[in-house]
Each structure stands twice: as C-alpha cells, then as structure tokens.
Design a protein around this ligand. Structure first.
Ligand code: COA
Ligand code: AMP
Length: 628
C-alpha cells in the first residue's frame, strides 16, 4: 500500500489499523477494546490486554536470535567496544530484574536511572520493564537541582547511578549530584545501586549505597510480569514553561505497537540490521530508538558514548558507522552542523567506506536547509528530517522510507505519520490556509504511543495541552502545512528553547537566576547560535543600592545556573540592563528582545510601557557584542 492509503486508513479505521499492527507482538491476553475514547478528553489503547515489553524485546527473540548481537557499546573516550548478544542481554536483564525484585521492587514502583550511555542503562531500564516497575531516566548532564525535582516528583524506591560520566577531557563524578539531589528532594529512598566505573569509583555510603556487582551477585533471574497495556512503562521529565518539569507518562501496549510500526515503516529497519541512534538514553529519542524499538524488531542497536566532534575529530561518526555496518544513523541537526563546521569539505566522509549506510535521520530541533543539503551532498543518502516530542514518544511527521521515499523538501519535516491528524490553527482555533503559519495541533485521540497524562498532574496535562484548542492536542510548536500536506515546524509558541537538541525551559533558568541575592528582576531568552541552534542569554536588573561589580555578579549567576541545573544548559552569558522592556500589563517583551539579539527586524510593540527600555537593551547587547 502507498503512504496516502495507509495514512487515510489510520484515520478512518484507527482500531482496525492498530489492531493489525499489534499482531506483530506477543500479548498474554488480547485486548477487550483497541481504543477507548471519551471525546475531547481522554483515551487509552488496547484496554484489557496484558503484555510485557521486555518479553517482546528480548525473550521473544531467543529461539531465533540468541547469538545475534543486540547491543553494541562503542566508547570514543575509552576506545572500548562491547558487543552483547540477545542471549547475554536477556541474562543480564533478567538477573538485574531479579535483584530489584529481591529488594521488594515490583509493579508500579519507580526506579530512577542516572547514567551515561553505557550498557547498564538499558539493562536497568529493561529490568524495570520486566517486573512492571516504572523507570525514570534522568539525563546525566543535569545537575542536582534538576535531579532533585525529578526525585521529588517520581518518588523512586531505588536510584541506579553510574559513579561517573565521561566528557571530552573530563571525568564527571555523578554521586555528588545524587547525594545533593536526594537531600534537596527530601524523599526517602530505599537505596542507590552504583555502577562503579574504574575512571572514578565512588565512595559508597553505608546502609544506602550498593555497588552494581554486589547488587546482582546472588540474584536469581526472573520471568516477565505481565502488565496491563495501559500500565506506565516509564516517566520521562521534560521542560515546560515553569521550573517544574513535566513527567510524561508512557504506556506499555500502545508504545510498543507504535515503535514497531515506526522503526519499520519510517526508519526502514529490518530485523537483524544495525540501527544507530546517536543520542543519549536520558532523552526520549534514546528511550524509543536506542533501546526499545530496535530490540522489539530484533535489530542491533549501537550505544555510542562520545561526541560527533572532538572525540577525537569530525570523522568519528563515520568511523563508528563503518565499523558496525550501520544502515541508518539518527542524530540531531546540531551534531551535523558541528561536523560540517570542522570538516566542511567532508574529507572524513570521503575517506570512509559508508556503503552500508542507507539514510541519515535528524530530529530534536529544526534542521536548517543548508545542513540537509550539505549532508545529502556529502553522504549521498536521503537526509530525513522528522518531528516529534517527548510527549509523542515517536514521530508525528517524517518521510516514510520503509513504505516509499517521498520527495524531500529541506526545511520541512514531511508528512504526518499514521494516526497523527495534524492541523495549523489561528488564535481563534480556525484552520489557516496552506502555507500560512499557525499553532500546530493534532486532533484527538492521539495514536498509540503518545502520552495521555502527566505523572501526578492530570490537571496540568489538561491545561497545558488540551484546553487551548478543544478537541486537539497543542504541540507548543508553530509552523505551516504546505499545498502538498508537508508540515514545516518553525518555532515554539512558548518559552521553551532548544539548545543543541536539548529542550530547556527559560522559566526554569530564570528561577535560578532570580535566586541570586543581587538580582531584582531577570529575563532569560534563547538567541541564535551557529552550532547549537539556540543558546540562553540572561538579562538581569540589579537591586538598587547594589554596589557590586556587574561583571562579578554575572559570573556568579552563570556559575550558579551551571552548578544547579547542569552544564548542558549552556548558560554562558548574563548581562546587566537598567530595566526590562515590558507591556503596560507588566509582561516582559521576550520576543522583541530575541529579535534585537538575533538582528532581525522588529516593530515597536503597541502595548509597550516605555519604548526607551528597548534602546537600553540594544545598547547593553551591543556593548556585550550581541546583536545590532
Ligand atoms: N553528563 C555530564 N555533562 C554533560 C553531559 C552528560 N551526559 N552531556 C553534556 N554535558 C556537558 C558537556 O561536557 C558540556 O560542558 P562544558 O560546558 O563544560 O563544555 C555541556 O554539558 C554542553 O554539552 P553539549 O550540549 O554536548 O555541547 P558541547 O559543546 O560539548 O558539544 C555538540 C556540542 C553539538 C557536539 C553536542 O551538543 C552534540 O553532540 N549535540 C547532539 C545532541 C543530541 O544528540 N541531542 C539529542 C536529541 S536527538
Ligand atoms: P523534545 O521533547 O526534547 O524531543 O523536544 C521536542 C521539541 O523539539 C518540539 O516540540 C520542537 O520544538 C523541537 N523539534 C523536534 N524535532 C524537530 C524538527 N524536526 N523540526 C523542528 N523542531 C523540532
């Protein structure tokens, strides 16, 4: 069938469509209903069914694939390559699951995982899934405060951490952040499992910490616990407009069905092939396409620990792709921009045999057409921009290579995937004409795999996503749909920014900046950056009477954000301004500040309280070497 017929069928007969797809997986009990939908309000998929995603990802393949490599860990820092077969992965997961179960962890208990890209991270995730525990992975680049807010919300029984992460030229101890975060959260945990890495073993705290090896030593492997299809597999925290991250809840049954469909039909991966998602287990991309999807179909997944550039150079991605015969690479546009910056002529690509590579997929931020053009010229494979969010769990739009490649339009994320009824609306909720920009929304119910609530916060789910346009899910993105039905995602409609493919809340950064004792008021905005797409910039108004040197205060603010939120926030610059430009009702004109900083034309907002405040901003930005 062609894309158009598949897509039409998914909207006209969603139950028939997804029931057929679900047939590719094992269910210990079949569903009573495929879709349960209370119009405009709530929905669930595969009600009444029971299953286990770990069983589908591992046990199901043992008869046919026990010696096939399931996971390849390739570390640019240590030079080590570890290949784990389906049989070994199954053994290690079942044993870690047994160790958790022996400590009383079971169905519905939360386990927080704070680890870099090492095999033990997916092992811990799959082990939780095996016994029905809910995992919550926190990205290693987040520091104590961010970790603490997630611990406080998820209330995990156990934390599974690595003693350290490796970054270029640095070994970063993880346990100090864990220690501090537990204290800030005020939550009482049962214990911390620490994977001791030889680069920086941690001191274990008596009565609380246990090394990974001791934790699993006497553990008996356990079988899969069958869970309802609607049972949460994981929570994953993402940035919203406030400092309190949103705990996205992922179900089990719908998710596994959506992943199997998408890895085959969008990413075009077949069982036995090698798929490399160059992301981090801490992001949704890592959950869906580094861990679950490749294993669900019996493919081989590559877990890469390193950067696209500097570890040691811009040829590293191509060497890894060659070494493991990767058929599809999925990364963030920022990684390709970094490679292009360091190797503009693509000399490393020319020097590497990449005959196995069939496609490059990019997502996580808008991909500028120049980057698509560069990558497709140098690699000579289709470069597929596709669009999705932590909330959606799998792509909303893309170019379905597994069905048939459609024409590529650089700057567009191509066409909606099955079940995603995408529209662009004006502020009154009316659909805009093709080519006109609007808020991008998806008609309810969302397809299997997408979230349908927030952990501990169903009202926030309703108000953040469903109230604005009744009957639709508001993605928080704006853009347009062209005459051919291609979706172009241009910008966010809220205060979320995207720094090197990492989604961050300017509101959360502002909360930390505002805690500095010399700060009266502040605004954090995302400004253009050649490499990272956007970077945060802080504008601060000092308290009157402060006699301290502004540059010292700014340095302290930068350090505070780094220490409390993490280096990944890339908050490197704060500048002091006499006042912030505001509307007469007191709203900070962040959009206008961004335009000044990005040197784009702006019109004086009609509602501005005092137009000279903008001149002050222009002067301060110019002095700091930012903007016009
Ligand atoms: N643990 C601890 N610290 C981390 C970390 C982790 N897991 N990940 C990143 N950091 C730190 C880095 O060391 C860096 O610290 P620094 O300020 O001391 O240099 C900071 O956080 C920013 O890291 P990063 O965003 O990786 O930027 P970079 O400047 O080191 O590298 C790129 C730039 C473009 C190469 C890099 O951002 C990249 O590879 N991006 C791709 C992102 C991606 O895959 N996103 C997933 C969405 S699909
Ligand atoms: P995250 O939840 O971290 O995956 O971030 C999701 C957000 O990243 C989206 O809401 C978009 O703003 C942005 N994004 C992801 N992929 C794309 C893309 N292909 N094009 C444009 N923006 C994207």
């Amino acid at each position: 069938m062609d894309y158009a017929s598949i897509y039409r069928r998914s909207l006209s007969d969603p139950e028939g469509f997804w029931a057929e797809e679900a047939g590719a997986l094992d269910w210990s009990k079949r569903w009573d209903r495929v879709l349960t939908y209370a119009p405009g309000k709530s929905w669930t998929w595969f009600d009444g069914a029971t299953t286990n995603i770990c069983g589908n990802a591992l046990d199901r393949h043992l008869p046919t694939r026990h010696n096939q490599i399931a996971l390849i860990h390739d570390s640019a820092y240590t030079g080590e390559i570890t290949r784990i077969s389906y049989r070994e992965l199954h053994e290690r997961v079942a044993q870690f699951a047994g160790a958790l179960a022996a400590r009383g962890v079971g169905m519905g208990d939360r386990v927080l995982i704070y680890m870099p890209n090492i095999p033990e991270a997916p092992i811990a995730m799959l082990a939780c899934a095996r016994i029905g525990a809910i995992h919550s992975v926190v990205f290693g680049g987040f520091a104590a405060r961010e970790l603490a807010s997630r611990i406080a919300d998820a209330k995990p029984r156990w934390i599974v951490a690595a003693s350290c992460g490796l970054e270029p030229g640095k070994v970063l101890a993880y346990m100090p952040a864990v220690e501090q975060a537990i204290e800030i959260s005020g939550h009482k945990i049962d214990g911390v499992v620490v994977l001791q890495r030889h680069q920086c073993p941690a001191d274990l705290k008596d009565g609380r910490d246990v090394s990974w090896d001791d934790f699993v030593r006497d553990a008996k492997p356990v079988d899969c616990t069958q869970v309802p299809a609607t049972h949460p597999l994981y929570t994953l925290y993402t940035s919203g407009t406030t400092g309190q991250p949103k705990g996205i809840v992922r179900d089990t049954g719908g998710y596994q069905v959506s992943l199997v469909w998408s890895i085959r039909n969008l990413f075009n991966i077949a069982p036995g092939e090698v798929f490399w998602t160059a992301s981090d287990v801490g992001w949704v991309v890592g959950h869906s396409y580094m861990v679950y999807a490749p294993l669900l179909i019996g493919a081989t997944t590559v877990l890469y620990e390193g950067k696209p550039v500097g570890t040691p150079d811009a040829g590293q991605f191509w060497r890894v792709a060659h070494r493991h015969k990767v058929v599809t690479l999925f990364t963030a546009p920022t990684a390709i921009r970094g490679i292009k910056r360091d190797d503009p002529d693509g000399k490393f690509i020319e020097a590497t045999d990449l005959t196995s590579l069939r496609a490059l997929f990019v997502a996580g931020e808008r991909c500028d057409p120049a980057t698509v053009a560069w990558a497709s010229n140098k690699l000579c494979v289709p470069v597929i921009d596709h669009w999705w969010q932590t909330e959606t769990g799998w792509p909303i739009c893309g170019n379905p290579l597994g069905i048939k490649e459609m024409p590529i339009k650089p700057g567009s994320t191509a066409v909606p995937m099955p079940g995603w009824d995408v529209r662009a609306l004006d502020p009154n909720g009316e659909e805009v004409a093709p080519g006109e920009t609007g808020a991008i929304v998806c008609k309810l119910p969302l397809p299997p795999g997408a979230a349908n609530t927030l952990w501990n916060a169903p009202e926030r789910w309703q108000s953040a996503y469903l109230d604005r346009y009744p009957g639709y899910y508001a993605t928080g993105d704006a853009g347009f749909i062209d005459e051919d039905g291609y979706v172009h995602v241009m910008t966010r409609t809220d205060d979320v920014i995207n720094v090197a493919g990492h989604r961050l809340s300017t509101g959360a950064i502002e909360e930390v900046v505002a805690m500095h004792p010399d700060v009266a008021e502040c605004a954090v905005v995302g400004i253009l950056d050649q490499l990272k797409g956007q970077i945060p910039l802080g504008l601060v108004v000092l308290k009157s009477g402060t006699s301290r040197e502004p540059t010292i205060v700014c340095d302290e603010i930068v350090r505070k954000v780094r220490d409390e939120m993490g280096a990944v926030v890339a908050f490197k610059q704060a500048i002091v301004v006499p006042r912030l430009p505001k509307t007469r009702s007191g709203k900070i004109l962040r959009g206008t500040i961004v335009k000044i900083a990005d040197r784009t034309d702006y019109t004086m907002p009609a509602t501005i309280e005092d137009p000279t405040a903008l001149t002050d901003i222009e002067t301060a930005l110019r002095k700091a070497g930012i903007g016009g």
